[in-house]
Write a protein that binds this ligand. Structure first.
Ligand code: NAI
Length: 331
């Protein structure tokens, strides 16, 4: 099977290499087609997201991706935003579950963050009106709003979940979130067997801090989803453990919630679990269900045993030791 691999920047090459090792050890042979994106690609080709990379994903349909660095406030537009828009990967799916062996304030967290990935304030439409005054356009379209909410309901239905919560700020952003909310209500009517709630996003943050176990599937626009995803990662052990998928009707790119972690890059300290679990989602997606389950279980056993864990999980190990333990725990 040929799949695309984008190693990315910072800790990306370290954690994606670990994921490839684990997949191979689980007995799935993937002929990786390496593609460039990120700072490295910008330096090499003068373009952080070469068209050739998009073409490779268009050809092979599925990619595993490491994080890419985006310089703050200058330089090129976020590669991730361009990649998601360019391939119409409209749904970001981030399952957030309590994990064995990781002590957190709440047990039994089991929710999925579904984020609209192509519009909102991340549409990238910013300009200067006059010096000292800038504008960013928040784009919400009926088409994109309906399809992401429908995606969330379908996901709930297929995964045996019973509640979808739409997070919004329609009281303040009356037109944009007003339209999104109307769309959400209309789509919810198609799924009378699934409970639908609409909650202001600030209240969702409060509720997540008080009792995240009350949520099942959360669906929201792009910026809210970015923020809520990191918050939710913090509830179950941090950015090192939460996987993600960017899905469209044609293509799929699997990547962790975390970024390129420049503070620990190149030191062999990064936790590869988030990318390994993103690879589990990828294996599920391409029909390698048994291998996906074996790897996920190996990760859970490794966390439970607490041997060789990386520092973000309170251990004194590194990328290599935790990867070796996961491979050892494959059954
Ligand atoms: P970050 O997620 O890279 O790091 C935040 C903190 O979490 C840091 O202290 C880092 O060391 C720690 N951390 C993250 N992943 C870890 C892991 N696997 N193991 C252990 N510790 C981990 O977020 P930050 O610093 O805001 O962003 C750095 C760069 O990454 C930026 O250029 C940003 O644009 C980019 N980024 C890229 C993403 C992507 O490609 N999907 C997503 C988020 C950020």
């Amino acid at each position: 099977m040929k799949l695309v691999l984008i190693a990315g920047d910072g800790i990306g090459p370290e954690v994606t290499a670990a994921a490839c090792q684990v997949i191979e050890a689980a007995g799935v042979h993937i002929d990786w087609i390496r593609a460039d994106a990120g700072l490295g690609a910008a330096e090499h080709y003068g373009e952080p997201l070469p068209e050739a990379t998009l073409d490779l994903i268009r050809t092979h349909r599925v990619a595993l991706k490491g994080p890419c660095t985006t310089p703050v406030g200058k330089g090129f537009r976020s590669i991730n935003v361009r990649l998601r828009q360019g391939l119409d990967l409209y749904a970001s799916v981030r399952p957030v579950r309590s994990l064995p062996g990781i002590r957190t304030p709440f047990d039994h967290v089991d929710l999925i963050v579904v984020r609209e990935n192509t519009e909102g304030l991340y549409a990238g439409l910013e300009h200067q009106v006059v010096p000292g005054v800038v504008e960013s356009l928040r784009v919400i379209t009926r088409t994109a709003a309906e399809r992401i909410v429908r995606f969330a309901f379908e996901l709930a239905r297929h995964s045996g979940r019973h509640r979808v919560t739409f997070c919004h700020k329609a009281d303040v952003m009356r037109l944009t979130d007003g339209l999104f909310l109307d769309c959400a209500r209309a789509v919810a009517d198609e799924f009378p067997f699934i409970t639908f709630d609409e909650t202001p996003v600030d209240n969702v943050c409060l509720q997540l801090a008080l009792d995240p176990t009350q949520y099942d599937v959360l669906v929201m626009e792009n910026l809210f989803g970015d923020v809520i995803s990191d918050l939710c990662a913090g509830l179950v052990g941090g950015l090192g453990v939460v996987p993600g998928a960017n899905l469209g009707s044609r293509y799929a790119v699997f990547e962790a919630v975390h970024g390129s972690a420049p503070d620990i890059a190149g030191k062999g300290l990064a936790n590869p679990i988030a990318v390994i679990r993103s690879a589990v989602m990828m294996l599920d997606h391409v029909g390698e269900r048994a291998a996906a389950a074996r790897i996920e279980n190996a990760v859970l056993r490794t966390l439970q045993a607490g041997i060789g864990l990386t520092r973000d999980l309170g251990g004194d190990g590194n990328t290599a030791t935790i990867t070796a333990q996961i491979i050892k725990n494959l059954e």
